[in-house]
Design a protein around this ligand. Structure first.
Ligand SMILES: [Zn+2]
Length: 195
């Protein structure tokens, strides 16, 4: 079993202050969270930089990803170092992710920029049921959405500054590999909790 923060912004998001080096140092120093997904806004430059820095640390894992802005709300793609081709409409991004065995997640569905019930129209792999920047009520609505869509629920801090890192985490029944993490999310071998 591993524990992961599956929604993190680095300075490659214009609204984040987290340096890749700081994230890698904090992940390395953390006693039980050893996996972090980099999900910058509409950019994969942060994951490339962080994956490279983390390659010196065998006990941590960076899952490359991206948070895509669509006209219906934000969505995460986990397991890609490439941007989906445009136009970024949810259906097309979901199809692209499936074609490369990446995982798609409805991000903070009931907060600003969330898809709300429109998420039901697309074939997502999971719902972010615990977002570190959402209220308890918003997260509870997200849990209900996941349940009614019969999808696994994951957790991510949505950190934009260092003090927000690792506030929540996803327990994953997998070994320390990107493929293992992605498969476990798709299978539903995950649970979300406050750290
Ligand atoms: Zn975010």
């Amino acid at each position: 079993m591993i524990q992961a923060d599956l929604h993190i912004h680095t300075v490659y998001s214009s609204d984040s202050l987290i340096q890749p080096k700081t994230l890698v140092d904090m992940l390395s120093a953390h006693s039980f969270i050893k996996v972090a997904a980099i999900t910058d806004h509409d950019s994969v430059r942060g994951c490339k930089a962080t994956v490279e820095l983390a390659s010196d640390y065998p006990d941590i894992l960076i899952v490359p990803g991206v948070e895509i802005t669509t006209q219906h709300g934000d969505m995460l793609v986990l397991g890609t170092e490439e941007l989906p081709p445009k136009p970024w409409i949810p259906e097309a991004v979901v199809d692209y992710a499936k074609s490369i065995d990446a995982v798609t997640v409805v991000a903070h569905p009931f907060r600003e920029y969330g898809m709300r019930d429109l998420a039901r129209n697309y074939k997502f792999d999971a719902v972010e049921v615990l977002n570190g920047n959402s209220s308890v009520a918003e997260n509870n609505e997200a849990k209900a959405l996941a349940k009614s869509m019969n999808l696994p629920g994951i957790a991510g801090s949505d950190a934009h500054q260092v003090s927000e890192l690792f506030t929540v985490n996803t327990k994953i029944e997998a070994s320390l590999s990107i493929e293992g993490v992605l498969k476990a999310i798709k299978k539903g071998s995950v649970s979300a909790q406050v750290t």
